[in-house]
Design a protein around this ligand. Structure first.
Ligand code: FAD
Length: 463
């Protein structure tokens, strides 16, 4: 007999796990299906948490290596890769154990298998078991994509997975790509002592950011000795006796770069194949992600989607919010707090150093929508706390609506920008004005108090 559930999550990562957790509050009949050999999902196992563990160590190392600037004598500071690797394993194990415990605690049925739809409300597991659901959520995540560049499919080419699991120091590495993952990993490798060459197709790394934001990070990278090529066209990858050579066009010339290792960080693609989505009536967007409405419903209203598999932003808190909201909607449990996600309040962070953090509407979107606004900024090389911290790269920029002064968006490039941006995230999500924020106490000397300077500019201009 086919077992029937009220709610089935296909994928137990950030989106699926949190959807099932919320669904369990409304029903005893919930199942999670995950086919991975290790439970935990991308964020915990091979994404946010391992990368940030390693990046933080590299930051500490960078500070120690620049001790002289701070009047300190640290004779030698270098990485100990086996120990760094072990620390990462230990840290990740703590997070994984907690997640596995939650998933195996018997709150819901857990099936360790891949699943595919065989019709609109039935899935089949690898062993042929069939399960029926009143509601489903598809949260199967994403995988590294391999664009069709000759040689890029060589089996020795690394992805972020291998970089995050390194227990030795690679002498030299080529990092292909200029997105978030590529930039974070390139700087990490460079800081721990690899000779890094980063090759990016667009005129700037972090191409979705404002150009002066990207330029600030590019300058920091080059100042640290990372070789960065932007505005390139990759023609082929060659496997050599000593590693890899990347051939590319740059500034009208054919160039090449060689290194012992090569990382494909050119992007990820949604995991939608072998899911039988067509049999379930679930359609895809032109970019290959699952199409959803604002309630996370796919084109089959009993099937929801969350996370990297549907986008539009492939980051964890979005996957979590989407999963939680989908479960509420599936059980018709509206909440005054958790509703459809307002992407005009979007928050994102890049963990380079300087970090890049952004919330709300970008200047490009404001211009496209014809919104009248004031942009005000202030540089960190003219700010007390950042000067004493030797953290002078970057700036804060705020966008205040005219004539209301409502903060519609902000971008920060700086040390710890990912922490600082949250003050502005509160403002953007709660329709606070520049005047509201200026009434707030800004402690001296902090990095955060820099936000009060462009706030003053906006208030002055509006008055
Ligand atoms: C190196 C790196 C660093 C990152 N850093 C950050 C960061 O700092 N901050 C941030 O917000 N985001 C970061 N991300 C992105 C973030 O990790 C993802 O957006 C997020 O984890 C996606 O969650 P998800 O639930 O969509 O997918 P996942 O967590 O990948 O979960 C999908 C699950 O579905 C399972 N599955 C797949 N197919 C099937 C099937 N057919 N049947 C059953 N199970 C299936 C998989 O086994 C997997 O467990 C990073 C990503 C990478 C690669």
């Amino acid at each position: 007999m086919t077992k029937m559930y009220d709610f089935i999550a296909i994928g137990g990562g950030s989106g699926g796990f949190n959807a099932a957790r919320v669904a369990r509050g409304f029903s005893d009949s919930v199942a999670v299906i995950d086919g991975a050999s290790e439970l935990g999902g991308l964020c915990i196992l091979r994404g946010c948490m391992p990368s940030k563990t390693l990046i933080y160590s590299a930051e500490v190392l960078h500070l120690a290596q620049n001790a002289k600037k701070f009047g300190l004598n640290i004779p030698s500071a270098k990485v100990d890769m086996p120990t760094l690797h072990q620390r990462k394993l230990d840290t990740i194990k703590e997070f994984t154990d907690y997640r596995v415990e939650s998933m195996t605690s018997g709150k819901y049925d857990l099936y360790r298998s891949f699943a595919k739809f065989v019709d609109r409300n039935t899935i089949e597991l690898a062993d042929g078991t069939r399960l029926q659901g009143k509601k489903f959520i598809v949260s199967t995540g994403s995988s590294v994509s391999v664009p069709s560049i000759p040689g890029l499919d060589h089996s020795d080419i690394w992805t972020s997975d291998q970089v995050l699991d390194l227990d030795f120091l690679p002498e030299s590495v080529i990092v292909l790509g200029g997105g978030v993952v590529a930039c974070e990993l390139a700087q990490f490798l460079n800081r721990v002592g690899s000779k890094v060459t980063q090759i990016q197709r667009s005129p700037h790394i972090l191409k979705d950011q404002a150009s002066d934001v990207s330029e600030t990070v590019e300058k920091a990278f080059r100042d640290e000795g990372l070789t960065l090529y932007t505005d390139t066209k990759l023609s082929r990858i060659e496997k050599t006796d000593t590693g890899f050579t990347a051939h590319f066009a740059h500034e009208g010339k054919e160039k090449s770069a060689s290194a012992a290792y090569l990382v494909n960080a050119l992007g990820r693609a949604p995991n939608t194949s072998n899911l039988g989505l067509d049999l379930a009536g679930v359609e895809l967007k032109p970019n290959g992600q699952i199409q959803t409405d604002e309630h996370q419903r796919t084109t089959n209203p009993d099937i929801y989607a969350a996370g990297d598999v549907c986008g539009p932003f492939e980051i964890v808190h979005t996957a979590v919010l989407q999963g939680e909201y989908a479960a509420r909607h599936a059980f018709d449990k509206p909440s005054s707090v958790f509703g459809p996600i307002n992407y005009d309040h979007m928050l994102d962070v890049v963990f380079t150093d300087p970090q890049v953090a952004r919330v709300g509407l970008t200047q490009k979107t404001l211009d496209e929508r014809g919104i009248d606004y004031i942009a005000a900024d202030y540089p960190f090389d003219d700010h007390g706390k950042s000067i004493l911290m030797e953290a002078k790269y970057g700036f804060v920029r705020l966008f205040g609506e005219k004539p209301t002064g409502r903060i519609l968006g902000a971008e920060i490039v700086s040390k710890d920008a990912g922490e600082l941006i949250h003050a502005l995230s509160v403002a953007v999500s709660n329709n606070l004005t520049a005047a509201d924020l200026l009434k707030t106490h800004w402690y001296h000397p902090t990095l955060a108090e820099i936000i009060s300077y462009p706030l003053e500019d906006i208030v002055d201009e509006l008055e």
